[in-house]
Design a protein. Structure first.
Lengths: 265, 265
């Protein structure tokens, strides 16, 4: 699949380093301005249900691309992408148990595997930062806090479970601006699903997130909640498919798409 | 100015009835779907400052049209509009004191008068209702509650004062939707200026509005605040111009524009 590129673009050059095993960790901050994607790889037998789950739940599962069965290419996200090698670190699950965290999955590849790439909050955080809005978890060097909610996803086949949300707090006028900005990016979770009043969606204590780190909400700010890409991961963990590969947390697929290209307005 | 219209449109027909004195009260509910405007008529000597005030403060003062001095026509809002007769009821102020509430101002017309028509919340409320969002003050048959805030407007000449806001409460997901919907209508106040936490903008008690009626905010809802057309009225009252005419509260200019035409998206 590999072609000689005399002047690879930045995302291509980074994927080449990932492919050679030179980058095996987090992708945060790599290829600035480029879309990074959450990765789910499932056997074809489960792919139709998972595709339907994404279609029913576009806010937590914004689908950027789906591969043909057995084809490791995703040409709409990058001409050279090879899903067997281009994610820095993978997680391999068998019957719901994580069995391996390899940097390459060529040895596991099967002719029935379908790759799903889902939009990720990095893209809308880029848009918020471009507009000058502060992100407290970032300035504190922490992961964004994430919470299991009482909002149910729409089930499809074996896939069902609660909506997981990420929280960022803003002063009220900035919260309104954040709604406007992220509304332009439906492909990467889009507008928030909730604002203020966390107890209404089953969140008892903001200081005790279910994933990520705790980040304080100042008294003059409102917590704003976005549907989160951890939702499909939690749903898949619950469904315990016989075989499944995902990216390792924070170790995403870097694509050629620009975040700005995802803006619908 | 009057032309024979064999089949006047609904807003034209209503303006003709207003012109004949058959309608002299509120315009709420008349010519559904058509834009209604707040009216300010000032001598030319003050018009440039007021125009600049509107330009500096587009959220409380969204300018739909300005007339040429002495010209009672506003052709961009309706071919037949005559500002001397087409508002059901006017208020006439001299040196800041209201002296008259006539249904016609032909006897007061001067060659130096400039008419300003400002967008009004009826238009964005129409858009919210079209999208199925509930408006509590409407279902309760009350006026929307309005509050003087600690947010200052940008001054221009004699015009200065606090921003006045109107409040409507929504469940959190509907509040997010309300931000999206009203963002499409910058010509009629646009997106909210504040959400939640009223004390941050100098509002001590939601139950005690400065204008309009008190409307309860349910425990599972957030108060959402929009810049309000009462702002320029309060600012003009404060500036005490030697002569000024406005519409009487609720008795607006009905235009030929459709609310949907004001959507920028």
């Amino acid at each position: 699949m590999e072609r000689v590129q005399h002047t690879p673009s930045e995302p291509q050059a980074i994927r080449q380093r990932i492919r050679r095993g030179e980058i095996a960790g987090h992708t945060s901050g790599l290829a600035p301005g480029c879309v990074q994607g959450n990765v789910v790889i499932l056997p074809q037998a489960l792919a139709a249900d998972f595709l339907r789950f994404c279609q029913l739940n576009p806010k937590p599962c914004p689908l950027l691309a789906v591969s043909a069965p057995g084809d490791p290419a995703l040409p709409t996200l990058g001409a050279d992408i090879d899903m067997r090698s281009d994610v820095p670190r993978y997680r391999v699950f068998r019957n719901g148990e994580m069995v391996e965290e390899p940097t390459d999955i060529a040895h596991l590849w099967r002719e029935d595997l379908v790759s799903f790439i889902l939009g990720c909050s990095y893209s809308f955080e880029w848009a918020l930062l471009e507009d000058g809005l502060p992100l407290h978890h970032m300035s504190a060097g922490r992961n964004v806090p994430m919470y299991r909610t009482s909002i149910r996803t729409e089930p499809a086949g074996p896939f069902h479970g609660p909506l997981v949300v990420s929280m960022r707090s803003f002063r009220p006028a900035d919260a309104i601006r954040a709604v406007q900005i992220t509304s332009r990016f439906p492909g990467v979770h889009g507008a928030p699903v909730h604002i203020g009043l966390p107890e209404l969606i089953g969140i008892r204590a903001l200081a005790q997130p279910d994933w990520g780190d705790s980040v304080e909400v100042p008294a003059d700010e409102l917590p704003v909640f976005w549907a989160c890409g951890v939702t499909p991961q939690a749903v898949i963990a619950e469904a315990r498919p016989e075989f499944c590969i995902t990216h390792a947390p924070g170790s995403m697929l870097i694509t050629d798409l620009k975040n700005s290209q995802l803006s619908i307005l």
